[in-house]
Design a protein around this ligand. Structure first.
Ligand code: NDP
Length: 288
């Protein structure tokens, strides 16, 4: 039997409807949630992502400000823009679109974002909070995966989750998050020997690599839940995930497609985190 499709598009649409109502509620209290996105340079993929994020926030009624900087922006100029946004009361969330031009150290910039406005959840303080199980901004892709699993009532407790990829923005925080949900977590990466040995043990397999069809049917356990984060292009130039979808769907119990799987959830979680920050502002306003 073919796997159930985990439709990120559908779930994201539902969540955005709910969030739209929450934005209206905040506006009635005099709070307009605000998101600022900084983009430096001319990377076409980054420009597209920024446009999508800005459009999605506007659709919900969130105030969106996009700050475009040239490729030769200095580290100091970028930091001064972040500082200005940190101080700006109309802005609840700040996102610096990655990658930055090569001459700027991303880590240094991320550390300048106020942890209270770090809606990407990349600030070391927020990562520390996640790994110690405290309330924080959770990075958008891992949070999107969690919400997707929850929406389809897929339990994580006691399950063996195998994550392929250990980046700071997807793989590592996804593992931390699911560990907090009481899963048993295994990380794999480019130096892992016999990748299939591990992937075949997964009750929930998450692949975040960016290599078209890396995960083949013979690497997946029967009835596994398969989450494909990867975005790359196959030999014919078509957008592809990490998973050989057509064959793996015959083995898995649930599977995400690419596109319309994890991608729309990631954007929704950015809006979710922005709303979370705005709700904190509303709360502080009410308390003062
Ligand atoms: P990175 O390039 O930072 O990380 C890729 C990871 O894959 C690394 O940990 C690397 O290992 C590992 N890896 C590379 N080759 C192999 C291999 N042959 N076997 C096992 N592991 C391997 O990427 P990101 O985490 O930023 O993104 C991963 C993918 O997800 C990309 O395609 C990206 O476009 C996509 N993405 C999609 C999003 C969405 O919303 N759908 C959001 C964010 C990302 P090592 O650490 O050893 O180098």
């Amino acid at each position: 039997m073919s796997a159930h499709i985990l439709s990120g598009k559908e779930v994201a649409g539902r969540l955005q409807q709910e969030m739209k109502l929450q934005v209206e509620e905040l506006k009635r209290k005099g709070i307009i949630p605000g998101l600022a996105v900084i983009i430096a340079g001319n990377n076409p993929a980054s420009r597209l992502y920024v446009k999508k994020k800005s459009e999605a926030s506007q659709k919900l009624g969130i105030y969106s400000r996009v700050i475009e900087l040239p490729d030769d922006t200095s580290k100091e100029q970028l930091i001064s823009v972040v500082d200005m946004l940190n101080e700006d009361d109309a802005i609840d969330g700040i996102l610096v679109q990655l990658p930055l031009p090569q001459h700027i150290d991303e880590r240094e910039i991320i550390q300048c974002i106020s942890p209270d406005k770090d809606v990407d959840g990349f600030h070391p303080l927020n990562i520390g909070r996640l790994s110690t199980g405290q309330d924080t901004f959770i990075p958008c892709t891992p949070l999107g995966i969690l919400k997707l699993l929850q929406e389809y009532h897929i339990t994580m407790e006691g399950k063996h989750v195998v994550i392929v990829g250990r980046s700071n923005i997807v793989g590592k925080p996804a593992g931390q998050l699911l560990l907090n949900e009481h899963a048993t977590v295994t990380y794999c990466h480019s130096k892992t020997r016999q990748l299939a040995h591990y992937t075949k043990q997964a009750d929930i397999l998450i692949s975040a690599v960016g290599q078209s069809r890396l995960i083949k049917a013979n690497m997946v356990k029967e009835n596994a839940v398969v989450i494909d984060v990867g975005n790359s292009f196959d030999e014919s130039g078509k957008l592809s995930g990490d998973v050989d979808f057509e064959r793996v769907k015959e083995i898995a119990s649930f599977i995400t497609p690419v596109p319309n799987g994890v991608g729309p959830m990631t954007i929704s979680m950015l809006l979710y985190n922005t709303l979370k920050a705005a709700k904190k502002r509303a709360h502080a306003k009410g308390d003062s």
